[in-house]
Design a protein around this ligand. Structure first.
Ligand code: DX5
Ligand code: ZN
Length: 219
């Protein structure tokens, strides 16, 4: 089995030292920097805006994987792209027009991702299959780090794997929420190629980050 990409969610890092934390996970072997953007409206929490993304950009050359939990989302896409986002993922419910939003993300020169909440059906992908570079399966309800992995989402990973393969789409299949050493292997076995992890990467202090990332990779 190929080792998954590891995308540490900086939501679990020390917000007073964000630049240092991004450098630390870069040195520790992270593949993407996962940035959770929340608006207090689409999800019940407020986190990071484009200015913070921009301030972090000089601290690493890793791709910035921006998970936008904001609604409506279109008006902010350009700001996140200009701030340095390489991948931009959106929720279909954040709308109003998923297909238009995905096209726009690619037009801006970023890779486009669709995020499926635990209750969102996989069928939403069917008519945007040609417009996605990444599918993100939420294994918790979005809004907070440190929640427990919802086991039913393993079957959804399998279902999306089947759909991507059937379509011949090489999109990244990412899982986000409660991912840890106990379930990472099962996510990959179900077809995931990228794992987001906040708590499981940032636990134990800086000296632990490289080991934490290795464990999640299954190395
Ligand atoms: C939840 C976020 C996740 C979260 C992951 O809305 O999208 O990225 O920060 O954190 P852990 O790994 O702690 O569940
Ligand atoms: Zn996320």
């Amino acid at each position: 089995m190929t080792a998954p990409l590891i995308c540490p969610s900086i939501l679990a890092s020390d917000f007073a030292r964000l630049g240092e934390e991004v450098r630390a996970i870069t040195e520790a072997g992270a593949d993407f920097v996962h940035i959770d953007v929340m608006d207090g409206h689409f999800v019940p929490n407020i986190t990071i805006g484009p200015d913070v993304v921009k301030a972090l950009r000089p601290h690493t050359s890793l791709p910035f994987d921006c998970h936008l939990m904001i609604s409506p989302v279109d008006a902010f896409l350009e700001a996140f792209r200009n701030a340095g986002a390489d991948l931009i993922s959106v929720h279909p419910e954040a709308g109003p027009h998923l297909h238009r939003t995905l096209k726009y993300i690619r037009q801006l020169g970023a890779r486009a991702g669709v995020v499926l909440n635990p209750a969102t059906p996989v069928e939403v992908l069917d008519w945007v299959m040609d417009d996605v570079d990444l599918v993100l399966i939420m294994s918790v309800n979005p809004g907070f780090g440190g929640q427990s992995f919802i086991e039913s989402q393993l079957r959804k990973i399998e279902a999306v794997r089947g759909r991507l393969d059937a379509a011949g789409n090489p999109a990244i299949l990412q899982v986000d929420g409660g991912v840890n050493a106990q379930n990472a292997g099962r996510c990959v076995a179900a077809g995931a190629t990228a794992l987001v992890a906040g708590t499981a990467v940032f636990k134990g202090g800086r000296e632990a980050y490289a080991g934490n990332i290795k464990t999640l990779k299954g190395l």
